[in-house]
Design a protein around this ligand. Sequence first.
Ligand SMILES: [Fe+2]
Length: 130
Amino acid sequence: MSVLSDVNEVAARVRNAMYEGPVTPYYGLNLDDVYNVLQGALASEIICVLRYQQHYYMTTSMHQNQLQGLFKEHWQDEQGHQNRIADRLQQLGGVPDFNPEGVTARGFSTFESGIRWRASYVKTYSRSAS
Ligand SMILES: [Fe+2]
């Protein structure tokens, strides 16, 4: 067997592996564990998006426009993370779980609504906005 035929054989294997997707025989991780971690991360990102959206709409202060800009930027960042995780789940053969039922149980983040978050966030973000 010549070096050239080895290269052709390797190239053919690589091409075939690419068609099989990201989970190769060498992947090495337990896919159920990977799905569980990614589902938890996805739920956390969903919670973060919702939390920043609530902060956006609840913001009232003399820095309202700046604060809303920050919160909107945060929620868009979190949506980007959410999309990337959902893409990765799909690539690995999983099903991204966007069902709102159980999101807080699956996620690693908490959703704080109402007055509790307001004092600390407005104080923190007012400092960074000014
Ligand atoms: Fe995030």
